[in-house]
Every structure is written in structure tokens, then in C-alpha cells.
Write a protein that binds this ligand. Structure first.
Ligand code: NDP
Length: 273
């Protein structure tokens, strides 16, 4: 069996009704992993479920849990129902996230709260809930961060700070939980045209095309990423192929985090001052 196989494992993937989380659920399904698909949109949860079945999972290897993950009861329900259904938890992918765009000078208090809530606080609290189960299975956690945690692109600075804080949580949890056999890592994607990004321009097709061209140029590889490429990074870290990898931030971003053009090429192309 390949060390990339996830056969026999059980993974909770937050925000898997869409975008990168959905692609991750499908790849995990292809690799034989039972998946717990979460999000708020029931129709899209069903879509992910069907894609995972097409990828080879049986219906009883997929659990869907709908609900707002910023609410404690939802997080508890995800963990409790996962264990009741599969009697084990091996992998947690903290993928659900929200993008705040705006300069620091224009921030309101609620912008900081919402950005940090979903991108930092929720992954920490869910990891804490899953910890006792991962201890049993010597499992692992992957936090989905962002390349802008490093480049701190103007206009998305608060989001970058929240993701950078998430990466620090990755390192701290790796230190604290490593002795229990639990690995904790981050994946930092480059730009991928998911609803998170296209909604910034109101899903206007001309604007999406323009944004895609401009965003592509911010990466050393001069193109956008595909959801499946990000999922490959997550699946690698989740697998035994990464058995000695912990506390790391894996950039799956076409080289964007260190590409000189990535900072000046923000939406307006200007710095805020
Ligand atoms: P999408 O908008 O496509 O998906 C976001 C997912 O998160 C959806 O499944 C959504 O569920 C879920 N979600 C959001 N808020 C909540 C909530 N309160 N409760 C429960 N679920 C919620 O975004 P992406 O796939 O692009 O983003 C996934 C991750 O990747 C995020 O953490 C993002 O920050 C990160 N990222 C994305 C990049 C990109 O270019 N796309 C680049 C770098 C990082 P539903 O739709 O059902 O409400």
C-alpha cells in the first residue's frame, strides 16, 4: 500500500461544501478515507457527498453535518456524530475560512472579530475538541492558512495576520501535542478561483476574468492554482508519507509567498499610503 493511502482513516474536513475543502474531501475519498463533510449549505453538502461516492466511497463512509461552525454546539455535534458513526477520528482539516479585504486604516472592530473568529479561534477550539480522539489514533491536524500570511498583501492584511496567527497555533500545538504522537501542520494556498475569491467582485464574469489574470501574475509560476493542487498538499500532510513532518507550513502557492511582485500587485495595485 502506498504511504499516501488514507485507507481505514476517518477525516473531518470543515468547509467541505465548496472550493478547496470539497476538492480535499474528494481526494481523501479517492485515497480510501471516510470523510465528514461540513458547511452551512445543505445543497452543496449533498454535491460533495455525491462526488465522494463517485470517487469510490460507500454511502456509509460519508457523514454530512450542516451548521455554523462558529457556534460551539455545531462543533460539538461534528465531533460527537463523527465518533458515534465511525468509532474513531484520525484527521482534522481546519479548512473553513473567511476572507476580509480592506486596509488596516479602514478596519472596524467587527472586521477583526469575524476574521479572527473563523480563521483562528474556530480551528483552535475544534482542534481542542478533537485532541482526545487523535491521541488514541496518533492522528494529525492540517490547518488551511494562506500565502498572504507571509506576504501580508495590502487590502487583505487583517486576513493575513489571522492566518499568520493560525500558523503560530500550528507550531504551538505541534510542540504541545507532538509528545502524544499527534502531528500538526499548515497548508498555505496561493490564489484559487473559488467562491471565496469570486464573491469579491460579485461573481461578475468579466471582473472574475480580469481578477484571475491579475492574480495569476502574483505567483512565480504566473498562474492561479486549482483546488485539486491544494488538496494534494493537504492529503500529503495527512498521510504516512509525512510521518516525520510536524509544525511546518507547506506553501502550495506557485511560489507566491516569496515572489517580489506579489505585494505590489494587490487589487488596486497601490499601497494604502
Ligand atoms: P469557499 O468559499 O469556496 O469555501 C469556504 C467553505 O467554508 C465553505 O464550505 C463554507 O460553507 C465554509 N464556511 C464558511 N463559513 C462557515 C461557517 N460559519 N460555518 C460553517 N462553514 C463555513 O472558500 P475556499 O475553498 O477558497 O477557502 C477554503 C480555505 O482556504 C479558507 O480557509 C481560505 O481562507 C483558504 N484560502 C483560500 C484561497 C483561495 O484563493 N481560494 C487562498 C488561500 C487560502 P458554506 O458555503 O456551506 O457556507
Amino acid at each position: 500500500m502506498s504511504s499516501l493511502s488514507l485507507k481505514g482513516r476517518v477525516a473531518i474536513i470543515t468547509g467541505s461544501s465548496s472550493g478547496l475543502g470539497q476538492a480535499t474531501a474528494v481526494l481523501f475519498a479517492q485515497r480510501g478515507c471516510a470523510v465528514v463533510v461540513t458547511g452551512t449549505n445543505e445543497k452543496r453538502l449533498q454535491e460533495t457527498l455525491e462526488k465522494c461516492q463517485k470517487a469510490g466511497l460507500k454511502r456509509d463512509q460519508i457523514l454530512t453535518v450542516a451548521g455554523d461552525i462558529t457556534i460551539h454546539k455545531t462543533r460539538e455535534e461534528i465531533v460527537t456524530r463523527t465518533f458515534e458513526t465511525f468509532q474513531r477520528i484520525d484527521i482534522l482539516v481546519n479548512n473553513a475560512g473567511a476572507l476580509y479585504t480592506g486596509f488596516i486604516k479602514d478596519l472596524e472592530e467587527k472586521d477583526i472579530d469575524t476574521t479572527f473568529n473563523l480563521n483562528f479561534k474556530v480551528p483552535v477550539l475544534l482542534s481542542k475538541l478533537v485532541f482526545p480522539y487523535l491521541k488514541e489514533t496518533k492522528g494529525n491536524i492540517i490547518n488551511v492558512s494562506s500565502c498572504v500570511s507571509e506576504s501580508l498583501t495590502p487590502e487583505a492584511t487583517m486576513y493575513g495576520i489571522a492566518k499568520g496567527t493560525l500558523d503560530n497555533f500550528t507550531k504551538a500545538a505541534s510542540n504541545e501535542w507532538g509528545p502524544a504522537g499527534i502531528r500538526v501542520n499548515s497548508v498555505s494556498p496561493g490564489a484559487v478561483m473559488t467562491p471565496l475569491v469570486t464573491s469579491l467582485v460579485g461573481n461578475n464574469q468579466d471582473m472574475i476574468k480580469k481578477m484571475a489574470e491579475m492574480q495569476g501574475k502574483l505567483h512565480a509560476l504566473q498562474r492561479l492554482g486549482e483546488p485539486e493542487e491544494i488538496a494534494e498538499g493537504v492529503a500529503f500532510l495527512a498521510s504516512d508519507a509525512a510521518s516525520f513532518v510536524s509544525g511546518t507550513v507547506l506553501f502550495v502557492d506557485g511560489g507566491r509567498h516569496c515572489f517580489p511582485g506579489s505585494v505590489t500587485g494587490s487589487k488596486s495595485g497601490k499601497s494604502p499610503f
